[in-house]
Design a protein around this ligand. Structure first.
Ligand SMILES: [Zn+2]
Length: 136
């Protein structure tokens, strides 16, 4: 058996029952690389320490045998990321809508769509009945 095949077998055995790489670890690794580079370029020792801590965290997650806990962390990270993405998609569709303006109800946070170009109008939130005046 060649060295590479032996190494692969060893790695397989070593990683058995461990979390291994996942999306969160990958993002931590990318942030580590960025921090490391910035620390090298600007010679910031604190950032270098932070980047090392990130690398340690990344390895800890990949080698962790507590797969359930790491899986939960990864899921929480993914759902946060999805929310962020859907929020920015929403903002984009609001900007593309040239016939309406979007306002957030100051009381309940409900998003209200009103026609554009009507001057100052009173908007009434259908959810909590709060009224507020906005320029359209
Ligand atoms: Zn409201």
């Amino acid at each position: 058996m060649g060295f590479f095949a032996r190494f692969q077998l060893w790695l397989q055995r070593f990683m058995y029952g461990r979390n291994g790489p996942d999306q969160l670890s990958l993002v931590i690794l990318i942030v580590y690389l960025v921090f490391y580079l910035v620390a090298q370029i600007f010679r910031w020792p604190i950032l270098a320490i932070v980047s090392l801590a990130l690398l340690g965290w990344c390895f800890f997650r990949m080698l962790s045998r507590n797969v359930t806990a790491r899986g939960k962390e990864n899921q929480a990270f993914l759902s946060f990321f999805r929310r962020l993405k859907s929020h920015s998609n929403q903002q984009k569709s609001f900007r593309q809508d040239k016939d309406h303006r979007y306002y957030k109800c100051p009381k309940c946070g409900n998003i209200l769509r009103v026609p554009r170009g009507k001057g100052k109008i009173e908007i009434k939130c259908p959810v909590c009945k709060t009224e507020f005046i906005k320029k359209t």
